[in-house]
Every structure is written in structure tokens, then in C-alpha cells.
Write a protein of this length. Structure first.
Length: 561
């Protein structure tokens, strides 16, 4: 059984029971070497600690599966998070945070001689020093001989090869100093207007993205644990909802995106078994239900174009792919397509109609990718229908409506093109007209305030801008102004230990952080940053439902890696 304190050790000082404190005392006694541990130090049962010397100040901890060797000194309130590696002669000050999967390696192999293998050549060991009040983001690497000055921030995924001065923000590979944290606020553009906000994000954006990604990686374990009730993943704790498949898929995507592994406490084999258990061998569609239960799936009434099974093609198909597996059975594609596509609710609910095309395109792509099954005439019929039904004036499908303006048209455009043109790497029929329609909608403040400010509505603007922007520069300046403004506010909406809410400014339970909001906003942030040409500091790129890369080439081509 997974020990909660091993992964959430900051709870030890406040919440540990007498029994847990006794277990920690025994853990401390078992350590070898010269050991000096202050009060309320926590060392996870799974931490691999083999130190010649170990000093830990008050309220410091070594979390689950960390690997610590050599002569290591941690000051007060300093933390080594799960899976981090700290090896060699390393001195760490007070109030230091070392993110998950980070490595501090205070030794190096000699490589100067060519007459001996590298492993036989002598080591060098200069040591690493980290000053007080330093934050080292997840997946960073700090190499031997480096000193990181106090009050500095090292971005997620950075490779630190040289000293970092005090008060610096550094990121990249190799890491470089982006700015001094002490820079007076007056010397930076104020955020009093959209124009100044755009300027501020353009100058500060790389380090803000790096800091955000590091923060998210450090806390993703808490976010996922919060939405696991012991039996199943749920979207938002405290919300009474029927057990569903999507929260499991969102958890797989979030963990893959930030940590490139399965959610903690779950194996790929078990998750694959659960997801595959809901697939109908006859149709290839997934029935709704409880992945933690043993109910018999009801396969009646499942449809590619409508209903819950439609989205399961996306979320479960990509979750299985991230887990190294696939659907067990191909998906049976609908017949009589032109009539069925015409019958979708294009006049009043283009989002729903577009989602049907998204599922249809994904079903064809999944059949190719998972089973090497050519969709044949279905592919050409679908894209022929799309070509003839696209409106040359708007570049979209569906109609403007006085009640909600372009909302349904734009949201439907995203869903439709995501699963068809984007997923197969094909050009849009009218990219400039589509951009004009999307930018017109982006000025509708009712869609981007209050309940309307949600991950769906923002995603449904940035993805079309990003996708159509690959074909034309039309509207680029206006699109970038909108993207900067959205991204500037979005980075501050992460809730520590909880993630993102689907509608952070909303008035209903969608304003509570959960898995769906977290998964979608993480993808939105990447798309916004990439559209602005600065996604690299994030250190992640979506590989699931919101992946930017095509999944397959059109029939007759080779599969993409």
C-alpha cells in the first residue's frame, strides 16, 4: 500500500500520529554513516539513503523514491521531492525546494584519456552548493562544481552547468540567466492596460512559463491524489457524479504530460485492463460505466457520431496509446454517411455536430494507428462532405445565431477540425476566412468572462488560430494580442495542490479545480505559448487528445511516429 506521507511529507510535522512518529524514529536509527537530524525531519520509507554524512535541518524531508548518497547537508525547511537524485558532496541551504525527478550530481567521469574506457578513468568531485531560498524545478539537472546563489529559481527541465548568481531566474539547456528577481517593478511595463499586459508577458513570458511548469510538476502528485477516492478517479472531490471513464483518462494524460509515467500507485497493465473492459467487441465502442466496478457493460445504443461513446473514442483511445497499448478491437464506422452528417444539428448546435466529426475522424485514425485498418471509402466520403459543406465566407460549418453569436460555430469548428484536418495533417479549406470568424468571436466578452471563461471556450479559439496559422499569416498580430492577454491571466489561476478549474471565474461547481479543467488548461497553455513562439520553457507537449501533431497520414501513407 502506498504511504501517503512518503509522497506528501510536508504533512508530517502537522498531522503525523504517535505511531507514525515512532516509525520515523526507527527509520532514522536505521540510517548508516554520520547522521545529524533535527526535529520533524521526515525520510520516506522508499527513499534510498546511503550517505557517509547526512545532515537535515528542522522540517526538512526526503520524499518517496528519492536517491541520496555521499556527504549531503540540507538546511531547515528544505525538501527533496519524489524521485529526485542528490549524490555527492552537496550543501543545500534553508528553504530550498528540489522538484520531482530532479538530479543534483556532484561528481563526474574523467574522459581525457582515449586508451581506457570512460568507466575506468578517475572521477572528479568538486561538489554542489545551493544557497538559501532556492526553487529548483522538476526534471532539472545540476552538474558538479555548480553554485546556485540564494533566492534563485531554476526552471523545470533546465541543465545547470555553470554558477547561477543570487536572485536569478535561469532556464534552458544549457541553463542561462533570464533575469534578476530584484528587478524593480517600476522598470517593467505595468499591467494597467491590455497593451501593457501584452508587453509584460512578451518580456517575462519564458521565465513565467518555466516557473509555472515547475510548480505544476511539483504538485501533480497532489492533484491526482486529490481526485482519487481510493477506488476510482473522480473529476472533482465533493461533487456527486456518476462514475465515469473520462476522469481515469484525464489522470493518465496529466501524469504523462508532466511526469511521463502512469499516475502514482497505478500500473499501466491495470489501467489498460480497466479501459479495454468497456469495449464492445462488435462495434469497438466503449460503454459508459465504472472502471472500478464489476458491472456488466451495456452496449446498446452506442454511436460514433453522438452520445457518451463518441468522446470515449478520443479519451480512452489516447489514454491507451499513452499507456503503450491500444483498443483491442477496431471501431466499426457508420454507413450512409452523407445523410447522417447532414442530420447533425448544424443550425443550432454546431459544437455537438462538430464533436461527431471529431469522433468519426478519430475512429478512422485509431483504426489505422492501432490495427492498420484502412477506412477506405469512409475517409474520402467524410472529407468530400467537409469540402462541399464548408462555408467559403466563414471558413466554418454551422450558422451564426443571435442568441450566442459565433460561439457554437467556433466551438464546432475546433472539434471538427481537431479530429479530421489536424489529426490527418491536412490543410483547412478556407484558413483566412476561418481566422476572421474566430477573431470576431474572440471579441465577444460574454464568452470569455464569468461562466463563459472556461477551458472549452478558450481552447476552441486558440486551436483554430494555431492550426490555421500554419497556412497563413492573416490576422496574426490580432491573434497574438489575444493569446498574450489570455495567457497572462491564465498562468496565475493554478490552485496549489488542486490544479485548474474548468471555469475558474464561474458560479457553479465547475469553478472547483478538477482533472478535466487541469488536463484542458495545460494543453491550452501549450497552444497559447506555441502560437506565441515560446512553448519550449514549459518542457512539455501534449501527446493525448490535445496533441498538436497529426496521429496518422491519410490512407495510403505511412504511420507517423
Amino acid at each position: 500500500m502506498v504511504d501517503r506521507l512518503d509522497f506528501l511529507p510536508w504533512e508530517y510535522a502537522r498531522r503525523a500520529t504517535a505511531e507514525e512518529r515512532a516509525e520515523q524514529a526507527e527509520r532514522h536509527r536505521e540510517l548508516g554513516g554520520k547522521v545529524e537530524l533535527a526535529e520533524d525531519v521526515y525520510i520516506a520509507s522508499t527513499a534510498a539513503v546511503f550517505c557517509d554524512e547526512l545532515r537535515m535541518g528542522e522540517r526538512s524531508y526526503l520524499a518517496a523514491n528519492s536517491y541520496v548518497t555521499g556527504e549531503v547537508s540540507l538546511g531547515a525547511d528544505s525538501t527533496v521531492n519524489p524521485y529526485a537524485v542528490v549524490r555527492g558532496k552537496i550543501t543545500i541551504g534553508d528553504g530550498v525546494r528540489i522538484g520531482a525527478h530532479t538530479s543534483l550530481l556532484a561528481f563526474n567521469h574523467g574522459s581525457g584519456r582515449t586508451d581506457q574506457p570512460i568507466f575506468r578513468q578517475p572521477h572528479t568531485a568538486l561538489g554542489i552548493t545551493v544557497g538559501d531560498d532556492v526553487w529548483i524545478g522538476s526534471n532539472a539537472i545540476v552538474l558538479d562544481g555548480v553554485t546556485i546563489g540564494p533566492h534563485s529559481i531554476i526552471g523545470a527541465g533546465a541543465v545547470v552547468t555553470k554558477d547561477v548568481p543570487a536572485w536569478s531566474i535561469a532556464a534552458g539547456n544549457p541553463a542561462r540567466v533570464l533575469r534578476d528577481r530584484r528587478e524593480p517593478a517600476a522598470s517593467r511595463p505595468a499591467a494597467a492596460s491590455p497593451a501593457s499586459a501584452s508587453l509584460r508577458t512578451s518580456t517575462d513570458l519564458p521565465e513565467r512559463l518555466a516557473a509555472f511548469a515547475s510548480r505544476a510538476r511539483d504538485q501533480v502528485g497532489d492533484v491526482l491524489a486529490r481526485s482519487y477516492d481510493g477506488d476510482r478517479f473522480i473529476d472533482r472531490p465533493g461533487i456527486d457524479a456518476e462514475p465515469a471513464i473520462r476522469p481515469w483518462c484525464d489522470a493518465v494524460e496529466i501524469s504523462d504530460l508532466l511526469l511521463r509515467r502512469t499516475p502514482e500507485g497505478h500500473t499501466a497493465d491495470d489501467l489498460i485492463r480497466r479501459l479495454r473492459s468497456r469495449q464492445d467487441p462488435a462495434t469497438g465502442l466503449l460503454a459508459p460505466g465504472d472502471l472500478a466496478g464489476d458491472d456488466k457493460p451495456d452496449f446498446t445504443g452506442l454511436s460514433v457520431l453522438q452520445g457518451a461513446a463518441s468522446y470515449h473514442i478520443l479519451c480512452a483511445g489516447y489514454a491507451l496509446q499513452l499507456l503503450g497499448s491500444s483498443f483491442e478491437h477496431p471501431i466499426v464506422l457508420p454507413t450512409d454517411l452523407p445523410a447522417k452528417l447532414d442530420a447533425l444539428p448544424w443550425a443550432r448546435n454546431s459544437w455537438s455536430a462538430g464533436s461527431g466529426l471529431d469522433a468519426l475522424g478519430t475512429a478512422m485514425a485509431r483504426n489505422i494507428y492501432d490495427h492498420d485498418v484502412d477506412p477506405g471509402d469512409t475517409f474520402f466520403t467524410t472529407f468530400g462532405w467537409l469540402t462541399t459543406r464548408a462555408d467559403p465566407a466563414t471558413g466554418a460549418w454551422g450558422n451564426h445565431h443571435p442568441d450566442d453569436g459565433w460561439l457554437q460555430v467556433v466551438n464546432g469548428f475546433y472539434r471538427l477540425t481537431r479530429g479530421t484536418y489536424a489529426q490527418f495533417g491536412l490543410p483547412l479549406p478556407y484558413p483566412e476566412q476561418a481566422i476572421k470568424t474566430v477573431l470576431t468571436h474572440a471579441q465577444d466578452r460574454t464568452a470569455f468572462s464569468g461562466d463563459g471563461y472556461n477551458s472549452c471556450n478558450v481552447l476552441d479559439v486558440i486551436h483554430p488560430l494555431w492550426l490555421a496559422g500554419k497556412q497563413t499569416a492573416y490576422g496574426r498580430a490580432e491573434g497574438e494580442r489575444w493569446a498574450r492577454e489570455i495567457l497572462d491571466g491564465l498562468l496565475d489561476r493554478w490552485v496549489d495542490g488542486e490544479g485548474f478549474a474548468f471555469a475558474p471565474d464561474g458560479t457553479d461547481d465547475r469553478s472547483i479545480p478538477g482533472l478535466q479543467g487541469t488536463e484542458m488548461w495545460l494543453a491550452v497553455i501549450w497552444l497559447l505559448a506555441d502560437y506565441l513562439g515560446t512553448a519550449e520553457p514549459l518542457g512539455y507537449k501534449p501527446r493525448g487528445v490535445h496533441r498538436p501533431d497529426p496521429l496518422v497520414t491519410p490512407p495510403g501513407g505511412h504511420l507517423l511516429a
